[in-house]
Design a protein around this ligand. Structure first.
Ligand code: CTP
Length: 400
């Protein structure tokens, strides 16, 4: 009963995911919260007020007043009553109104009047979710301090597959519980995370690199910071928008730049996470001018790059903790365990490069964690935020 006594106003908007609000309501109630639902008219095309009212044990509010009784639903009071306003699912339309300050129904008016924190779980089709106007609106509401729960990836109601599904109710519940009971297990700790790919130039316009998006490393950064750590990011070229206010950021391009930046910080760190996909090789002789076609074969000679994890593993102190990743396509467990030893990691997180929904560019991941002590843990296919939470839990238990 982690939410005992908490008052949660749950907003529902017009999306097929509205049926999941019934499950979410049940989970919140089971965790001890009081839940008041407020729905837009189109949300009630997807889920009946009777279902939601029965599960929440309260009438569902959708209009400013009841036509028959004339009873007035005061949006200001609703906003003041709540400890948290959770809108799940949040449609593109209501998101746009939130971003613009529109107020044409009870839910949007409540959003404008509420003083409590707001948590948003968007749900829409994949192309809608990626549309620049939706991205801009999500960024805008995040800049108001609203907590945005990234949509998950999977099959969508349209039949397409991609990112846009509302975060699963169980995962939303985790976020709500973490919000009300923030753990500060890493208060005062300094954490360095390497993330993203590196790029190794062939000539001024071409490079060798890989598909790393930096998402897993950044999910870890957010999780450590939320738990009180001071987080340093040594980050290769990524398209993620990194929060300069929350993190100390060192931007690099090549493996050797990443190594120099990480080495300079290493001595001060309590914990290091090697989440970067460092290019193992670089062209031996990058040339100053663009390589021209000459109609014949081109042979590139590659030389090995420095292995950050291995080199910093050699100078790791007893009071420092190193976390590594292993991306394998075969003999996964054997290879991951070999990396644990060779690179002097305290734990290694194995993700498979061959399973669906796992690894590069995905928002979900499925991992196995191997500790130096022999402890092993496996996860389900989860959003990278939940994987980050699991890794933090494992680090905390091993390091304490
Ligand atoms: N790593 C690193 N520097 C490198 C290569 C890897 O710091 N030059 C780190 C990664 O960040 C990761 C771990 O080492 O934490 C393992 O990376 P991975 O690419 O799986 O292993 P490699 O050592 O590159 O081995 P291989 O490519 O042969 O599997």
């Amino acid at each position: 009963m982690n939410l005992e006594g908490k008052r949660i106003l749950v907003g529902v908007t017009g999306s097929i995911a509205a049926y999941k609000t019934a499950i979410l309501t049940r989970l919140l109630i089971k965790s001890g919260a009081e839940v008041q639902l407020v729905a837009t008219a189109s949300a009630l095309d997807f889920i009946t007020p009777l279902t939601l009212a029965t599960l929440s044990k309260r009438p569902v509010f959708s209009t400013f007043f009841e036509k028959n009784s004339g009873q007035w639903h005061n949006h200001v009071e609703l906003g003041l009553w709540a400890d948290l306003f959770l809108v799940a699912p949040l449609s593109a339309n209501t998101l746009a109104k939130f971003a613009q300050g529109g107020s044409d129904n009870l839910l949007t008016a409540t959003y404008l009047s509420c003083r409590c924190p707001v948590m948003l779980a968007p749900a829409m089709d994949l192309d809608m979710y990626q549309h620049p106007s939706v991205r801009a609106n999500l960024e805008k509401v995040a800049s108001f301090g609203n907590i945005v729960l990234d949509a998950e990836t999977g099959e969508l109601a349209s039949g397409l597959s991609g990112q846009g599904r509302m975060m699963e109710p169980e995962h939303i519940l985790e976020q709500v519980i973490q919000f009300f009971n923030p753990k500060k297990d890493f208060l005062g700790k300094k954490v360095m995370i390497t993330l993203g790919p590196t790029q190794e130039a062939l000539d001024p316009v071409r490079f060798l690199s890989n598909h790393s998006s930096g998402k897993m490393g950044y999910a870890l950064a957010k999780a450590f910071e939320a738990q009180g750590a001071e987080v340093y990011l040594v980050v290769g070229p990524v398209s993620l928008k990194l929060d300069e206010n929350r993190f100390q950021i060192r931007r690099v391009t090549t493996a050797s730049e990443m190594f120099e930046a990480a080495k300079a910080l290493h001595a001060q760190m309590d914990l290091v996470v090697f989440a970067a996909a460092v290019a193992d090789f670089r062209p031996e002789n990058p040339v100053a001018q663009k390589i021209k076609k000459a109609g014949e074969e081109l042979t590139l000679r590659l030389v090995p790059n420095v292995d950050l994890a291995f080199e910093l593993g050699k100078i790791k102190r007893a009071n420092q903790f190193h976390v590594g990743f292993a991306l394998e396509t075969e003999q996964e467990e054997v290879n991951a365990k070999a990396k644990l030893v060779r690179k002097n990691f305290d734990l290694v997180v194995l993700n498979s490069a061959v399973e669906a929904g796992v690894g590069f560019k995905h928002d979900t991941n499925q991992v196995r964690i191997f500790h130096k002590s022999g402890r092993e843990v496996s996860s389900a296919l989860l959003p990278k935020e939940s994987i980050a939470a699991l890794i933090l839990e494992e680090v905390k238990n091993a390091a304490s």
